[in-house]
Each structure stands twice: as structure tokens, then as C-alpha cells.
Design a protein. Structure first.
Length: 228
């Protein structure tokens, strides 16, 4: 576990929230891969009941091969946008020896997560808000802070940290990361929440100047259907 950044290992439970297109699922999958490769017992719960694309359960084979326990809706509902959650989620929340990641999709996903807020709040946890400065809902600090509060109200849990994951898919350049870093810092000042890290593609991470928060190099696992 010593090879992992401190922000990734600070709590047993981490919920990852954000609007569609923020890159939260990519972050969740990369965190699960990093934890598993470091020998940490890891589970990833796909609670995205909103977005028909970019669902972490689409990488079940990769994650399972690495030893990650993947929890998602029943297979019959795998492509449905319904607030259906698996019974195994209770076991995931209760297993104190398991590092658990919860991939939450939008406001609806946050409302679904509210069912478990008491179980989550009773143990050490993080709730990370993923920001993409190129998404309309989070393009300014005021909009991002309003989105944060809306998600908090929906799930009944407080956000504990901010992740800058600004991107334009394959067109992302260093200037996009720096734009997102400035936005994240402004939101941090408004909300008094820390900027936990910057999620940056591995190739692009080498081209960045020093930033105030750690850079988390990510690999691109989530692709649009026509890119697979």
C-alpha cells in the first residue's frame, strides 16, 4: 500500500460523484486497478443508474482478472436506466477488510445512494466530487459549487474533496488541465474543501508543470461504443 498516494488509502469507503462527462467512472476504474495491483482487497460498486455509456461494469473482465470484486445491477438490468441496486452492496459496505469504491451517476444516482447514507456515515469514508471545467454544469466555480450542494442534498452525505478531471477526451491538452486546476482551486476556496488530485492521462501527465495537488496518471479504459 506504500506505493499508493495517501489520498487513495485514507478511508475504506470512497464514493465518487459528478455530472455526466466529468470522468468519474474513468477515475473509479483507475483507482480500482491501482489498488488491486498494489495488493489491496478492492471492490468497485457500479451505482451509475443514469448514463448508458461509460459504466464501470463494462470493464468487469479486466477488474475481475485483477481480483477486484465488481458489484452492479442484475445482469438482466445491466443496460437499463433504473434505480435498481444489488443486494451484495450491503455486504460490500459491511466488510471492514475491503477497500470499496462507489461509482455514483448524477443526481439520480446520488438519490439512490441516500438509501445507504447511514451505513456509510457510520464509518470512515470519502466523497469525491469530480469536476470537468468543459461541462456546462461545472464550467464556473459558482455552477460547480451549486452542483456540489445539489448532489450533497440528494445523497444526504457531505462531499469531502474535489478532483480535477478536466478533459476533452482525445483532444485534451495541458491547457485544459490547467484550466481545470484553476477552477478546482476556486471551488476549493468557496467550499473550504481540499483539491485531492488531478486526474490526467498518463501521456499528458509528463507534459504538465508542477501543480499544487498530486497528479494521478490514468489510463483510458472507458471508450464510446463506436471506439471499441
Amino acid at each position: 500500500m506504500s506505493t499508493l498516494p495517501a489520498w487513495m488509502t485514507a478511508r475504506r469507503l470512497t464514493a465518487i460523484v459528478g455530472h455526466s462527462g466529468s470522468g468519474k467512472t474513468e477515475l473509479a476504474v483507475n483507482m480500482a486497478v491501482a489498488l488491486a495491483r498494489a495488493g489491496v482487497r478492492t471492490a468497485l460498486a457500479d451505482l451509475d443508474v443514469v448514463n448508458p455509456y461509460f459504466r464501470s461494469r463494462e470493464r468487469r473482465d479486466l477488474l475481475t482478472e485483477l481480483g477486484v470484486r465488481v458489484v452492479s445491477s442484475a445482469q438482466a438490468l445491466a443496460e437499463a436506466d433504473v434505480p435498481s441496486l444489488p443486494a451484495e452492496l450491503n455486504a460490500l459496505l459491511q466488510d471492514q477488510g475491503l477497500r470499496s469504491l462507489l461509482d455514483i451517476g448524477g443526481d439520480l444516482g446520488a438519490r439512490v445512494l441516500a438509501r445507504y447514507r447511514h451505513q456509510i456515515d457510520a464509518q470512515p469514508h470519502e466523497v469525491l466530487l469530480v469536476l470537468n471545467a468543459h461541462r456546462p454544469q461545472t464550467s464556473t466555480a459558482e455552477r460547480a459549487a451549486a452542483s456540489l450542494r445539489q448532489i450533497e442534498a440528494a445523497m444526504g452525505l457531505a462531499v469531502t474533496g474535489i478532483v480535477n478531471n478536466t478533459h476533452l477526451c482525445g483532444e485534451t491538452g495541458p491547457e485544459d488541465i490547467l484550466l481545470g486546476a484553476a477552477l478546482a482551486e476556486e471551488v476549493s476556496q468557496m467550499t473550504k474543501l481540499p483539491v485531492v488530485c488531478h486526474g490526467v492521462s498518463r501521456a499528458l501527465a509528463r507534459r504538465l508543470p508542477p501543480l499544487d495537488a498530486p497528479v494521478f496518471p490514468i489510463d483510458i479504459y472507458m471508450k464510446k461504443p463506436w471506439e471499441r
